[in-house]
Write a protein that binds this ligand. Sequence first.
Ligand SMILES: [Zn+2]
Length: 334
Amino acid sequence: MTARRKTWLAALLAVTTALCVLIAAVPRNRPEPRASVSTASHDQPVLSNTSQAKRADEWTDPLGATPIDGLTVTVFPRIHLIGRLGPSAAYAIETSAGIVLVDSGLEDDARMLKAEMARLNLDWKQIRAILLTHVHGDHCGGAETLRAATGAAVYAGREDAPILKAGAPHEAFFSIYEMPGHAPHPTTVDIELGGDERLDFGEVQIEVLGTPGHTPGSICYLMVRDSVRVLFSGDVIQNLGEKPLGTYTAYLAPRFRGDAETYLATLQKLRNLPVPDLVLPGHPGANRGPTSPNLSSEEWHEMLDRGIREMQELAERHALDRAGFLDEQTWREK
Ligand SMILES: [Zn+2]
């Protein structure tokens, strides 16, 4: 072999090695869309080919919504996430008819909710309606206090209303989770929702969607303003992370009130809706970091389809062995 040929081969080897290193360094899986929201504090995804470049266009949130986690933030003009109510969040919607609150947090005295609203210069005394997504204590604990102090009307699903009004039993409020220092108490329900109503608050329309499964009276609220459709999903979709759905109750004994068959129908119902522009879940603190609530249609459908498959499987098992598997150990081992 000539010296010239050796040099050429060495150069070729070096280029090949460099290419291998580069190829190995390029991510094979698509980067998490979570990190690609259009804020300066989040890195843009690494692009490795044309199809990912296309995806990157979709990742850029055309609405400019703020990424959400468990902290208080204005998500979108006049829509605020009230965080640190642990473990759930509430949402405050400013309307020309006053503030509409979706859920009320865990604390009976709503102290943290009031303080977090003040951080956004929102006056909690302007709350005119409290839309409860379901009976679990971390979502409804402060409703009675706020109702008494503001005159706001409390709305809740018809199937959860008797339990809210009775303030019992304990497991209907706290499921399998211990929340020391917090006990169920009666909550006045002014308006019981069957699941197909339309609520008007000034310029805001809210469609009530009966979405049982997490609890029998679970409600999702679909708000429309200026053609932007915002889904407040409670615990039906409880976060935008790895395990987004609140299906855990469907694995538990009936006294915990979850149900696979109705959850399945709920997910199919959501699947048939036009994709919401924003999805605001009950537990954004469980996101894997700040996450854009503006899901792509692909993300929305993948999330629901995974849940549909999961609930189909659970419903089948349920039908075969209703008495035998409904215990929390099954879910914990999953
Ligand atoms: Zn819940």
